[in-house]
Design a protein around this ligand. Structure first.
Ligand code: LLP
Length: 415
């Protein structure tokens, strides 16, 4: 945080809102966003790409933060939207996003996903496999633009679960099958071959793999549109270094100038790097256990941040009401879920942690809410957007009643 983000009594503010007041109003755990930070990052991408390659579109990989408020804000700030299925499509439409700016992804699209997309009249379906084409054959009643997702055989240096464009990937068509798919589309009376798509992976901390990706997609042939996916990594901890959006755009567009047709449209699909750094997770300390180590246990855990368990992503933590204190206590910040892997931050340095303190984990704006679940009966946390000193609820906290709603009543019959 900047010095100006800390009030005189040492309480951190986000978007001009004191975190203790946000916690009192909306409870914890909560995902709290600096709305201006979010908007600034969106504009960096949208203006930055447009300035370098005017025929371009930035698609928000909405899986990183799929809530109606975010879809509406993304569209208002000039982003198009990438949806991964009917659920995200439904939310984007509910937010009033123009279907002409929506792109549908997925390696196992259902008839339902495709019917919703075709009926809405979305911009393009990203064809991942031949079953997509069979389904479109049956379901398309009017012209529909499609892109073909290809496997570029590039494996960036990131967590294995975050590589999506390497040889053998479950996503997209191998290079030797692309021509067959193109033929089918070109010969189809209703399908329009609009271009190619690839996505190499997530949390990629170098620019070179993206340059390789641009070269790989150019090699496949000349089309109207080239979508090179998302994947730019972000800085989570002090010792991590991530390229800036400008570094990334410079690298990608330099490569595009060298190898893509000059009149082609260039699409990118950032998710994490749009939203991660504008969001924090706000928790309450429930226990402080001093054994050999000091365990600070919070009222959340891997139920609201699956990355801890899935990718081993490292995070940091602070006590946001004691920002002027001297960090003096080395501790393990752990969650409340019944898994030993439910360790949020190892070796955190906190200011005299006590039961009842607020605890904040920065850089948790991406994929946390999305992958939140009900493990151990956890209720999925709310999303709060803070701007100019006012905090607005974008998603309310799930309730026990919500959870019970989906269950068969206990006394319908004897179980
Ligand atoms: N485009 C496609 C087709 C994708 O599958 C993804 C992410 C993106 C774009 C955006 O990538 P980003 O810019 O966010 O890296 N759950 C994992 C992340 C999975 C990413 C899935 N695909 C995690 O929390 O690390």
């Amino acid at each position: 945080p900047e010095e100006s983000d800390v009030a005189s009594d040492g309480v951190l503010t986000i978007g001009g809102c004191r975190v203790d007041e946000v916690a009192a109003k909306f409870g914890t755990p909560a995902y709290v966003f600096d709305e201006d930070g979010l908007r600034r990052q969106i504009r960096k991408y949208v203006d930055g790409l447009r300035a370098r390659w005017p025929k371009s579109e930035v698609l928000f990989a909405s899986k990183s933060l799929p809530c109606v408020a975010m879809y509406a804000m993304a569209a208002a700030e000039g982003l198009s939207i990438d949806v991964a299925g009917g659920g995200e499509l439904m939310m984007a439409l509910a937010a009033g996003v123009d279907p002409a700016r929506i792109y549908l992804h997925g390696n196992a699209k259902s008839d339902e996903d495709l019917t919703m997309a075709l009926q809405a009249g979305i911009q393009a379906v990203i064809v991942d496999n031949f079953d997509d084409l069979d389904r479109l054959d049956r379901l398309a009643k009017t012209p529909q633009a499609v892109l073909i997702r290809v496997i570029p055989e590039i494996s960036p240096d990131t967590h294995a679960s975050q590589i999506t464009g390497g040889r053998g990937s479950k996503f997209g068509l191998p290079l030797d099958q692309v021509a067959i798919a193109v033929d089918r589309i070109v010969q189809h009376p209703l399908l329009q071959m609009a271009g190619l798509h690839l996505h190499i992976g997530s949390q990629v901390l170098q620019t070179d793999p993206f340059v390789q990706a641009v070269k790989a997609i150019a090699n496949i042939g000349q089309y109207d549109r080239y979508d090179i996916g998302g994947g730019l990594g972000v800085q989570y901890t002090a010792d991590e270094i991530a390229p800036s959006v400008d570094d990334y755009l410079d690298a990608v567009v330099d490569a595009a100038r060298a190898v893509l047709p000059a009149d082609a449209t260039l699409l990118i699909e950032p998710g994490r790097s749009l939203v991660a750094r504008a969001g924090v997770s706000l928790y309450r300390v429930d226990t402080v256990k001093r054994t050999g180590e000091t365990f600070v246990a919070i009222n959340g855990g891997m139920a609201d941040n699956m990355d801890i368990a899935l990718t081993g992503q490292k995070y940091e933590a602070c006590l946001p009401t004691k920002m002027r204190g001297e960090p003096d206590t080395r501790c393990e910040v752990v969650g409340r879920q019944c898994e030993s892997g439910d360790r949020m931050v190892s070796d955190a340095l906190l200011v005299d942690p006590h039961v009842g303190d607020l605890l904040l984990m920065p850089v948790t704006g991406a994929y946390s809410y999305t992958m939140a679940n009900n493990y151990n009966g956890a209720r999925r946390p709310p999303i709060v957007f803070c701007r100019n000193g006012s905090a607005s609820l974008a998603v309310r906290r799930e309730t026990y009643e919500d959870m019970l709603d989906t269950h068969a009543p206990a006394f319908d019959r004897k179980w």
